[in-house]
Write a protein that binds this ligand. Sequence first.
Ligand SMILES: *[C@@H]1O[C@H](CO)[C@@H](O)[C@H](O)[C@H]1NC(C)=O
Ligand SMILES: *[C@@H]1O[C@H](CO)[C@@H](O)[C@H](O)[C@H]1NC(C)=O
Ligand SMILES: *[C@@H]1O[C@H](CO)[C@@H](O)[C@H](O)[C@H]1NC(C)=O
Ligand SMILES: *[C@@H]1O[C@H](CO)[C@@H](O)[C@H](O)[C@H]1NC(C)=O
Ligand SMILES: *[C@@H]1O[C@H](CO)[C@@H](O)[C@H](O)[C@H]1NC(C)=O
Ligand SMILES: *[C@@H]1O[C@H](CO)[C@@H](O)[C@H](O)[C@H]1NC(C)=O
Ligand SMILES: *[C@@H]1O[C@H](CO)[C@@H](O)[C@H](O)[C@H]1NC(C)=O
Length: 252
Amino acid sequence: MDVRNNPWIMPFVIFLCFSLKPHVSLGADTISANSSLSGDQTLRISDGNLALFNESKILIWSTNLSSSSSRSVEAVLGNDGNLVLRDGSNPSLSPLWQSFDFPADTWLPGAKVGLSKINNRNTRLISWKSKDNPAPGLFSLELDPNQSQYLIFWKRSIQYWTSGEWNGQIFSLVPEMRLNYIYNFSYVSNDNESYFTYSMYNSTVISRFVMDDGGQIQQQTWSASTNAWFLFWSQPKTQCEVYAYCGAFWKL
Ligand SMILES: *[C@@H]1O[C@H](CO)[C@@H](O)[C@H](O)[C@H]1NC(C)=O
Ligand SMILES: *[C@@H]1O[C@H](CO)[C@@H](O)[C@H](O)[C@H]1NC(C)=O
Ligand SMILES: *[C@@H]1O[C@H](CO)[C@@H](O)[C@H](O)[C@H]1NC(C)=O
Ligand SMILES: *[C@@H]1O[C@H](CO)[C@@H](O)[C@H](O)[C@H]1NC(C)=O
Ligand SMILES: *[C@@H]1O[C@H](CO)[C@@H](O)[C@H](O)[C@H]1NC(C)=O
Ligand SMILES: *[C@@H]1O[C@H](CO)[C@@H](O)[C@H](O)[C@H]1NC(C)=O
Ligand SMILES: *[C@@H]1O[C@H](CO)[C@@H](O)[C@H](O)[C@H]1NC(C)=O
């Protein structure tokens, strides 16, 4: 399974990453080769790859990196939510694989959504098929390769929304994305890549940016007092602005 061409697995990884979180106790964020986790699934790091097997030991998914000779590959779940596969004997080297490169429908602070000019990979958000089905759905959010703006596509081909161009401070059509005291979005474009990333001005605030299954992007923060996600802003503002949502476009 080539992870680059098979978006199907991405939600799985993110799902796994989050579902593991409660099982990983403080100070135990590292899975070494052949060790397992509590819960229904077992991670094995097999042949230097992170692999997922079902109960019949059939390979469901793997990072499918070309075989590494290192025996010391380890997976580390960071406090930022990034699951990183790295060479345990040299953790400062760049990751062999990281879940931040395969964001599925969720963009966490510190992750990049954009384009790599080196391998032409487009890191985009892809909605789930439905609330309980993480298979790739109809909607995606991606960087416009020609300009510093985001576009939302229906079926990866029909554009129905744009953030407007980034002017260094805000997206012209979505000022709330940046003009606030919570989210710090920034745009980086250099020889290797073009992407947006964001951080929280208050790093203790937990936040996520989600492309929901109905074609809307939503910025949410976790509210500890209500134990629920609080919607900070969303776009397009009404569901009928979402392509094909209200039926008018089905004729096309
Ligand atoms: C793993 O990657 C290789 C090389 O990119 C590809 O030929 C192969 O089909 C992939 N394996 C799976 C199971 O997808
Ligand atoms: C993991 O298990 C395989 C098969 O049992 C074994 O060959 C390999 O040496 C083990 N790796 C480590 C790091 O223990
Ligand atoms: C494991 O996956 C294989 C191949 O998709 C499938 O045939 C088998 O039924 C699965 N086993 C379980 C226990 O889900
Ligand atoms: C970017 O520019 C290329 C070449 O002009 C064009 O083919 C492509 O459709 C443009 N992409 C978007 C998303 O507008
Ligand atoms: C906002 O993000 C930029 C780029 O990552 C960073 O340099 C800057 O320090 C951040 N600002 C604040 C106030 O955190
Ligand atoms: C681009 O990638 C090359 C090779 O990895 C690296 O040496 C260089 O510093 C990178 N440039 C930037 C601007 O990140
Ligand atoms: C940061 O957020 C936490 C709650 O998550 C709050 O208790 C704290 O006062 C905030 N810090 C600042 C400087 O606003």
